[in-house]
Design a protein around this ligand. Structure first.
Ligand code: ADP
Ligand code: MG
Length: 244
């Protein structure tokens, strides 16, 4: 269970997150939608404390941090509850596909070399890349690099996987493959929060959609409630720009 209450973040006086509260239940898949600049990335980055909040509380499982009380040890503990898939993959260029995964397993999870190798191979297999273990990112297509990013996030076996526009850097053909992979993962009882502009995908795989605008979480509901709910104003205007 993830509980966020009254979360706020400003960048030099500019409010990027404005009093955000929500819960995400175990095994729930939530897609975060909304216009560019509405605070979607900031919200995900605050959930794993890459960005530190100015106010509010985040609880993931049995770990909690409050903006008033940000200690390194609590930050690290909460961070271990999450893993992130990035738009630009964020792979180490000088490490193979396998090493990109074993590196985090060994240093963030303290696994031994053999255990890390086994787990990394298991997850590369799961994303269809068992034959690319020793390839460097430069030798892989964008879609394959994102598969490594997804395998790495899965291998950490976190309470929640956070994905920030995981298909935005890909051309349409590869995008389809990655959307299919994420849909498969979503159906496997993994808790996920995904920022995406892929409205059909979001509708199909999500238990709920969160709609953000100008730093506020202005609506949360089932895909049907958000897309066909005629909430009016900004949401209808946004949703109507997509052919659903
Ligand atoms: P989204 O992901 O919805 O496009 P972001 O969370 O990236 O939105 O950004 C929300 C707002 O915060 C934007 O206006 C953006 O310019 C601003 N912002 C994001 N990161 C920073 C930063 N590191 N410093 C200053 N402003 C930022
Ligand atoms: Mg963003």
């Amino acid at each position: 269970m993830i509980t966020v209450s009254e979360l706020s973040k400003a960048y030099r006086g500019f409010t990027a997150l404005d009093d955000i509260s929500f819960t995400i239940k175990p095994r729930e898949v939530v897609s975060i939608i909304g216009p560019s600049g509405s605070g979607k990335s900031t919200l995900l980055r605050t959930l794993n404390l890459l960005v530190l909040p100015d106010a509010g509380q985040i609880t993931i499982g049995d770990e909690s941090v409050n903006a008033k009380n940000l200690h390194r040890i609590n930050i690290n503990r909460l961070r271990r509850k999450t893993s992130m898939v990035f738009q630009h993959y964020n792979l180490f260029r000088n490490k193979t596909a396998l090493e990109n995964i074993t590196e985090v397993l060994r240093f963030a999870r303290k696994l031994g070399r053999k255990e890390a190798d086994e787990k990394a191979l298991e997850y590369l297999n799961r994303v269809g890349l068992h034959d690319k273990a020793s390839s460097y990112p430069a030798m892989l297509s964008g879609g394959q690099q994102q598969r490594v990013g997804i395998a790495r996030a899965l291998s950490l076996e976190p309470e929640v996987i956070l994905m920030d526009e995981p298909t935005s850097s890909l051309d349409p053909e590869m995008r389809r493959g990655i959307l299919k992979l994420i849909a498969e993962i979503a159906s496997q009882n993994i808790t996920m929060a995904i920022v995406t502009h892929e409205m059909n995908f979001a509708r199909d795989i999500s238990n709920r959609l969160f709609f953000m605008d100008q730093g506020k979480l202005i609506a949360q509901g089932t895909p049907d409630e958000i897309i066909h709910g005629h909430a009016g104003g900004r949401i209808d205007a946004f949703v109507n720009d997509f052919e659903i």
